[in-house]
Design a protein around this ligand. Structure first.
Ligand SMILES: Cc1cc2nc3c(=O)[nH]c(=O)nc-3n(C[C@H](O)[C@H](O)[C@H](O)COP(=O)(O)OP(=O)(O)OC[C@H]3O[C@@H](n4cnc5c(N)ncnc54)[C@H](O)[C@@H]3O)c2cc1C
Length: 370
């Protein structure tokens, strides 16, 4: 019997499902995809887009087009609530969309608790499309004066953002700028010493200042305040202080894990409602917490596709195996990168070339349907 499948968010874990929506339609099911934008931006190339290495068209998927081309419905809206008992999702517009099976890939967001006021000249590193707005503003201001750019956070995103802001300023021939990172502990504290050293050396060599042991407790337009009372006046502020799963699950009273992500079993199925599935940063995998990296979202793709079809048709579900260590490559913005897997570390142009090749191949695969 024909059923209603709702795809909530067209993120990295839904790529294969979106590519195969026609298979649901062929079986008579009605598919609705809901997302706040007609496009989904690939985070792995986001900092490169900020630095102008990639044009926006090279780093985004045309979600609406892919969906409509296969005879499905795309609703440009945000999901604000999930009613697991009533089997419907609530949208920001006030509409309610019913489902038989729901799949959530609603991503994560940067916490705003230390930000006061509006996000004027303040750029959270997610959603990725905000980096495009940041790029335009930096170019606009940087043509008029020497700007001061601050990046709060010390993880890989902060490093990639700093390096790519530097690149943008160089390539756009803007006035000389000050770029500083303010990090609570050190740069990339969760990475090996060799990786950290490569990142620090690369940034310092280009004049990017790193303030370590700097506890930011308030960010407002033009200003960062440390808990010790010290302040930093800045023109542009990026906030890269980590991410938390989309709060819609906790707000809707669904079962969530320690990090607030929707709690799912090994079938990527909500532990509370067996007709709700999910992947990517918005879930908490019950067997073992997974790092919030796109790698896991990508690995979940075939399982989500299989399990959605199986759940609609009463067939057997497949378990998700997270797999072993994953490859990480950071884009430092000067044409070099840092590659790390197991104990292997490679720095320099080769590392960036490997990242560029892998990222472009990923985009090509899922963009080809446009
Ligand atoms: C700057 C930066 C660089 C990164 N680089 C890498 C990297 O190189 N490699 C790597 O593995 N990881 C990287 N990551 C981590 C990576 O971004 C995440 O792990 C990845 O984005 C998770 O994918 P996702 O699809 O779950 O979430 P997202 O990419 O956030 O996608 C969520 C989707 O849901 C939609 N959505 C959000 N809210 C709603 C709503 N209420 N209703 C409907 N739709 C909604 C969004 O529009 C989006 O399309 C990076 C992160 C950042 C911030």
């Amino acid at each position: 019997m024909a059923k209603k499948l709702v795809i909530a968010g067209g993120g990295h874990a839904h790529m294969t499902t979106l590519e195969n929506l026609h298979r649901f339609v062929e079986r008579g099911h009605q598919v609705t995809v809901i997302g706040p934008s007609d496009h989904h931006y690939y985070s792995g190339m986001g900092p490169g887009m900020l630095g102008n290495t990639y044009a926006p068209e090279e780093v985004r998927f045309a979600t609406r087009q892919v969906v409509e081309k296969q005879g499905c419905i795309f609703i440009r809206d945000k999901i604000t609530g999930i009613d697991g008992e009533g089997q419907n999702v609530r949208l920001e517009s006030g509409d309610t969309i019913p489902y038989d099976v729901l799949s959530c890939n609603l991503g994560s967001q940067v916490p705003r608790r230390i930000i006061a006021g509006e996000l004027e000249d303040i750029y959270l590193v997610k959603p990725i499309e905000r980096l495009l707005a940041a790029q335009r503003r930096i170019v606009e201001l940087g043509r008029q004066k020497s700007i001061r750019v601050g990046i709060v956070g010390g993880g890989p995103s902060a490093v990639e953002i700093a390096g790519n802001v530097w690149r943008l300023i160089q390539d756009s021939k803007l006035r000389p700028a000050q770029i500083k990172i303010l990090t609570k502990s050190t740069i990339m504290p969760n990475h090996r010493e060799g990786i950290r050293k490569r990142a620090v050396d690369s940034l310092k060599k280009r004049g990017i200042v790193i303030h370590e042991n700097c506890e930011t407790d308030r960010i407002s337009t033009g200003k960062i305040s440390e808990s010790n009372g010290k302040t930093h006046d800045l023109d542009i502020i990026f906030v890269a202080i980590g991410i938390t799963p989309n709060p819609v699950f906790a707000d809707s009273g669904l079962q969530v894990g320690m990090d607030g992500g929707m709690l799912v079993n090994r079938y990527l199925q909500s532990t509370a409602h067996d007709n709700i599935f999910g992947g990517g940063d918005c879930i908490c995998f019950q067997d073992k917490p997974l790092d919030k990296v796109g790698v896991y979202a990508v690995r979940q793709n075939p399982i989500l596709l299989h399990n959605l079809l199986a759940r609609l048709e009463g067939k057997e579900l497949q378990p998700f195996e997270p797999g072993g260590r994953y490859l990480l490559i950071f884009n430092l913005g000067d044409g070099t990168g840092i590659l790390n897997k197991w104990s292997i570390q490679i720095g320099g142009r080769l590392a960036f070339m490997a990242k560029d090749y892998i990222d472009r191949r990923f985009m090509k695969r899922f963009q080809r349907i446009e």
